[in-house]
Ligand binder design. Structure first.
Ligand code: NDP
Length: 333
């Protein structure tokens, strides 16, 4: 590529720096409970936080219906209303909430840089990553058709609506076992739809599931589709022993269909710089929100494979803002 040799530094036509660069003290990426809570604390600490909301403003909670386990809402609240409340509270203290998606990051040097929509560059003294995780789905059409009508990726969020009913949980890992055990305390019957003849889950969880009388494991079963009138789940069609001589179609009657086949943390653009586990969950120093890069903090589901609740995400969002405030005041004052 041609580069002019005699660069006049006052002539910005030759500047390698993109024009749209903005310097901020505290950048928050992601707008779920973790990001908004970080914003409330960062704004109240005078860090003038700038938040980019990402592809799904409000995060995963905006896809759930009723939230009944977040303290402070005795009558329950819908996910979208709760996230709107969080946003109002963050804005009340001056958070600059913006549309936009972080598409690239460079944490190799100070200031930390994050690209927004591949165009604008934000340079930040501190970066708080609250990009969350995305539940994996099977990819069958019926998951969309019955969304909000009995399909869920969170038993703790939605299980209550299936009290005394029959449900299915797809997956054989620790999450699936945990969801099945949770649902077994609420529902009449829980089917676990497992594609192999073993559970991937830890021994202790697997044993607990196997000992629970109202959980039935359907070994070597895969989901073909869902059944039900008016986009409300009434059953599922499964394939048993797929690809084998005795392959057979099986129908089960259920009211709820829970996916528990894993989550994907939204950490791809940060993983060149930040330590993560094999799945992609960002690693933080235990008891803090600090990543391995000073000035970069992680909170919420992007760093939590285990709890993944709104209230735990909010708690770690608070930690991230407090850690960022301490870092900025020690480093830059
Ligand atoms: P995992 O990746 O461990 O398990 C996913 C499960 O879903 C596997 O049984 C897998 O089957 C199955 N699966 C994946 N894709 C499909 C598909 N297309 N169709 C049918 N089944 C499918 O994810 P988890 O969310 O369970 O766990 C993630 C991590 O978090 C793990 O390290 C786990 O130990 C940890 N965790 C720990 C908890 C705890 O300690 N309390 C609680 C929850 C999670 P297959 O085995 O055939 O690949």
């Amino acid at each position: 590529m041609f580069k002019p040799l005699n660069i006049d530094k006052n002539d910005d036509r030759h500047s390698e720096k993109p024009k749209d660069v903005e310097k901020v003290r505290c950048l928050i990426i992601g707008s779920g409970p973790a990001g908004y809570t970080a914003a409330v604390y960062a704004a109240r600490a005078n860090l003038n936080p700038v938040m980019y909301e990402g592809l799904q403003p409000g995060g995963q909670l905006t896809t759930t219906t009723e939230v009944e386990n977040y303290p402070g809402y005795p009558e329950g609240v819908t996910g979208p209303v709760m996230m709107e409340d969080f946003k109002k509270q963050a804005e009340r203290f001056g958070t600059d909430v913006r549309w936009g998606m972080a598409t690239k990051a460079d944490f190799s040097d100070l200031p930390h840089k994050v690209w927004i929509d591949d165009k604008k560059i934000i340079e930040a003294d501190a970066v708080i990553i609250a990009t969350g995780a995305t539940a994996k789905y099977l990819g069958i059409e019926d998951e969309k058709k019955y969304a909000g009508g009995g399909v869920s990726a969170c038993a703790t969020c939605d299980g209550f609506f299936y009290r005394g009913k029959d449900v299915a949980v797809v997956g054989g890992g620790d999450t699936a076992c945990e969801e099945a055990l949770y649902l077994s305390g609420l529902c009449r019957k829980v089917y676990m739809v497992v594609r192999r003849d073993v559970l991937r889950a830890s021994r202790v969880m697997a044993d607990r599931v196997k000992k629970t009388p109202n959980i039935e494991i359907l070994w070597k079963h895969q989901t073909k589709g869902l059944l039900g009138e008016k986009n409300v789940v009434e059953g599922a069609t499964l394939i048993k022993n797929k690809g084998e001589a005795d392959e057979a179609e099986v129908k089960i009657k259920i009211d709820g269909f829970f996916l528990a086949i894993g989550h994907k943390p939204n950490s791809d653009i940060f993983r060149d710089y930040l330590e993560s586990d094999t799945v992609g969950y960002l690693k933080t120093i235990p008891g803090t929100s600090k990543t391995n890069v000073p000035g970069v903090f992680a909170c919420g589901d992007v760093q939590d494979a285990i709890y993944r609740q709104a209230v735990t995400a909010a708690g770690t969002g608070c930690m991230a803002a407090m850690d960022a405030e301490r870092y900025i005041s020690e480093k830059f004052h």
